[in-house]
Design a protein around this ligand. Structure first.
Ligand code: BES
Ligand code: ZN
Ligand code: ZN
Length: 468
């Protein structure tokens, strides 16, 4: 899709007229308000035909409280009806705020996502021109919405891709290509380099797979010689079989999505570069396949980590915290970032706690929690804080190593995982962990099976924007 901004509506062409619930006065400009069976409920739509037979879509945006879901309304309308738009459509933006315009563009762009990338017959994409009608110059908003939507579609494609295609090395190639295209730095540490540099935990998790692990280091800087404002770390398990502590086979195919945190990190760094945000950011992806093999690491093993801490493996299915531990230690040692956020589809426990509605947020920093929470509510990518009380520390105790990767108890799983990560943060004052297991991948109106949601790209990008 391409997006244009003009001042005057062409009454003869197709158009979308967004309507807030109970506020339909502006519609009388185009059609008679009599007998209108449409009230403006969120995502409702009424198609009427104008004088020249042009289509006029009245699109319901609901009440003020629904403003966070405007993206969904536009996405649904475009998904359902764009096959009938003749080369393009106009969107009346007079009554939309800047944020609403951006959300509209993101929604339109998300309607382009094609989940059937591996079908032998590919859908032909029709190039549509979307013209926003506004007296203001909204070109930058349109661009921002378009970039955000495009990048979100790309990270969804990564999450929905099968594990035989998106190996750790594949994620490295994805990042290398993106970095070249959008002018940021990307270094992929391959297996021999990981061994040399002491990424003991990443190596252990990946040693049962024919697809070797990698650590991807992306850097985007606008201020040379200044500190790194923010460092991101993503869990990039391209398939989580559980390892020797093997998972049950029901729904195991969905464990291709266990690199949702990595996808957000890759997406955010790309988007920050596209938007040329004034920030120094480092994005680390710790990627491995957790496979079953003669070489797999075992329950009971003691492994080394980048930090020098030794870890007793109780459960090989608690692998995410291991690769993240190395990612966090590496980030802190090499870059000393001002703020750190890690993202991971880390625990089933967070899904049982918060369902599919909010990510689990862990931090000791009250300001970061407040800011993240408020940003999340505004764009409907919500986070909810869970505690990091000292009381949970005993669960990390190992008799034979510095710590163990699982308490062995079926309680407070998301918190225990977060406490484990905390042990690798060098008590960094501005660290936050987001457990996105319930929100990154799930049911969707646009697919019959579970699929990627795109959760996190806007949340983290907006958080980064709030730092200025
Ligand atoms: N990748 C899973 C967590 C997960 C579960 C993500 C469901 C998405 C949906 C993670 O590696 C895992 O297996 N966690 C275990 C840890 C346990 C063995 C300590 C869990 O949460 O059950
Ligand atoms: Zn696991
Ligand atoms: Zn996992």
């Amino acid at each position: 899709m391409t997006y244009k901004n003009t001042q005057k509506l062409d009454n003869n062409r197709d158009m979308i007229i967004p309507c807030k619930k109970g506020n339909l006065k502006h519609v009388s400009e185009f059609i008679s308000l009599k007998n209108l069976d449409f009230e403006g409920d969120l995502s409702s739509c009424q198609l009427v035909y104008g004088k020249t037979g042009n289509r006029i879509y009245l699109l319901g945006l609901g009440e003020n409280k629904d403003a966070v879901k405007i993206e969904d309304a536009f996405r649904k309308l475009a998904f359902d009806t764009k096959k009938n738009w003749n080369k393009g459509i106009q969107v009346s933006a007079e009554l939309l705020s800047d944020e609403e315009i951006k959300q509209a563009v993101i929604g339109l762009e998300l309607s382009n996502y094609d989940i059937g990338k591996f079908k032998s017959e590919q859908k032909k994409e029709v190039e549509l021109e979307i013209t926003f009608i506004s007296k203001n110059n909204i070109a930058n908003l349109l661009k921002e919405g378009q970039y955000t939507g495009e990048t979100t579609n790309q990270i969804k494609a990564l999450i929905d891709a099968p594990a035989n295609i998106k190996t750790p090395e594949y994620l490295g190639e994805w990042a290398t290509k993106s970095a070249k295209k959008h002018q940021y730095k990307c270094t992929v540490l391959h297996k021999d380099e990981l061994e040399k540099q002491g990424f003991g935990a990443v190596i252990a998790v990946g040693q049962g797979s024919v697809n070797p692990p990698v650590v991807i280091v992306t850097e985007y800087k606008t201020k040379p010689n200044a500190k790194i404002d923010i460092g991101l770390v993503g869990k990039g398990i391209t398939f989580d079989s559980g390892g020797l502590s093997i998972k049950p086979s029901t729904n195991l195919h969905y464990m291709k999505s266990d690199m949702g945190g990595a996808a957000v990190v890759l997406g955010v760094v790309e988007l920050v570069a596209k938007l040329k945000l004034n920030v120094n950011i480092v994005g680390i992806v710790a990627s491995a396949e957790n496979a079953v093999d003669k070489d797999s690491y075992r329950p009971g093993d003691v492994i080394n980590s980048y930090s020098g801490k030794t870890i007793e493996i109780i459960d090989t299915d608690a692998e995410g915290r291991l690769v993240l531990a190395d990612g966090l230690s590496y980030l802190i040692k090499q870059f000393q970032p001002e703020k750190i956020i890690d993202l991971a589809t880390l625990t089933g426990s967070v899904v049982r706690t918060l369902g599919f509605t909010a990510a689990g947020m862990f931090t000791n920093n009250v300001d970061m929690a407040k800011t993240m929470s408020s940003i999340g509510f505004k764009i409907n990518e919500r986070v909810w804080q869970l505690p990091l009380f000292e009381d949970y520390e005993a669960d990390l105790h190992s008799d034979i190593a510095d710590l163990r990767n699982f308490s062995g108890k079926p309680i407070a799983g998301a918190i225990n995982a977060a406490k484990f990560l905390e042990a690798f943060t060098e008590s960094h004052k501005n660290w936050m962990h987001l457990d996105i297991a319930g929100v990154s991948f799930g049911d969707s109106p646009y697919s019959k099976m579970k699929s990627a949601s795109g959760f996190g790209v806007q949340l983290i990008t907006n958080y980064i924007k709030s730092l200025n």
